[in-house]
Structure formats: C-alpha cells, structure tokens
Design a protein around this ligand. Sequence first.
Ligand code: SAM
Length: 242
Amino acid sequence: MSAKVRLYVDHPLGAGQTVPLDRDQAHYLFGVMRLEAGARVALFNGLEGEWQAEVAEAGKRGGALTCVEQSKPLQLPPDLWLIFAPIKKARTDFIVEKATEMGAARIMPVATDFTNSERIRQDRLQAHAVEAAEQCGGTFVPEVAELQKLSTLLDLWPAERQLMFCDEAEVGQRLFLNVPQGETAGPWAILIGPEGGFSEGERKRLHKMEQAHVVSLGPRILRADTAAVAALTLWQHSLGDW
Ligand code: SAM
C-alpha cells in the first residue's frame, strides 16, 4: 500500500532508517491528517529519492517514522535557473510554486532597475518550494536564492550558461529559442522582468551578452507570473525533460 501523504524531511533516508519528526511535522501528520502508528507516509529529502515509511511513534509534540522501501529514485530537473524580479507577495509565491512544479533547478529573485519589491522573505519562499514539491510528486526541491542585484548576477555570469531573455520589447515578434528540437540542454537560465519591464540600460546590456537568446512570448504583454510559466513551458518543451 503506498502512502497518500508526502513529506519533505531534512534527514537521511534508507532501508530501516529512523526519521524523527519535529513539532510541526507531528502536528501535520497526527493532528491534521490523523495518521496513527503503522500508517504509511512517503518521504523525500531532495537527495535520496522517495521512500515509503511507517509511523513508529505518534505524539503531539513529535514522533518517528521508519523507512521501509524506496518508491522512486531521485529525479533531478534540468540545469535551469528561473531568474525573476519579485512582484506582489501572492504573485511572487505563485512564481516560486509554479517554477518548482515546472522543474526549475534554482529560483533566483533579482532586483532590477524597475523592481517593485525591494525585499523578499527567502525562508518563506523556500517553504513554498518545499510545499510545491510535496504536492507535485517531485523528489527534488529547488533552492530559492537570496535577493541579489541583476547587475551583480550578470557581472559574474558563467560563460557556459545560456540565457533565455524574455524581453517585452519584442512583443508580437515571432522569436523563440533557435535550438534544434531534441538537442540536449546544458546549463540554462530564464530571465523575467518586473511589472515595469526592463530599463533601456538593462536591455542594451542583455542584448550584447553572448549567451543571451532574446525571446518574445507572443503578441500580448503577459504579467510577470504568467510570463514565468509560459517561458518555463516553452523551454521545457524545446530543451527540457518533458
Ligand atoms: N511594463 C512592461 C510593458 O508594458 O512593456 C511589461 C512588463 S511584463 C508585465 C513583465 C515581464 O514579463 C517582462 O519584463 C518580460 O520579461 C515578460 N514578458 C511579458 N510579456 C512578454 C512578451 N510578450 N514577450 C516577452 N517577454 C514578455
């Protein structure tokens, strides 16, 4: 019988391994989901695939699970970063959740010239990524990086990483990634701007970058959260693991 509840744990997994539960996890499993001793839970830690585990101890403030057997191997996403300028809280949460479901390997908020939001709660966004991975059956949780300046990220840009630059100035053009179907992707990144779009200075710099592929996302201007999902879809379809 396989488990209905999936839980991310920051603990090694393996046959016979005991996994202690903290107060929040115990509350969720025994208070909210009403599991009892002997019930099955699927565990993953982002490193060792998914494991079926049994409730060994169920308490109000803690408990323990015992790993029984592996039910999925680790499935790593392609080496794809999603770089975006944070927008309003709920829409930023949406981007992190969708990027996790769509198979981004790293989620990187950046401050651009016209960024709406100067601060993020990295820990809260990381928790959203964990929840999204629990819900979508993934065995990997992308890291959500701390907010950094786009200009700093571009100063240190790795030579081998290609960049899908989604530029709203290209709206209505038929520009998409000029890569043969079926080609295997190396390191890539997608860049989505804020509500105010990119400044002329940023646009000039990005257009000059050797690794940049300037892309239109169709005949309409999309909101940044829609643009992130559309770009991830296009990239995964052309070069990714779909
Ligand atoms: N304020 C900008 C304007 O009116 O031109 C629109 C910015 S849009 C809301 C937010 C981001 O989504 C853009 O910076 C871009 O990265 C992406 N985006 C939206 N629509 C796009 C399109 N049709 N083509 C390429 N990128 C697009």
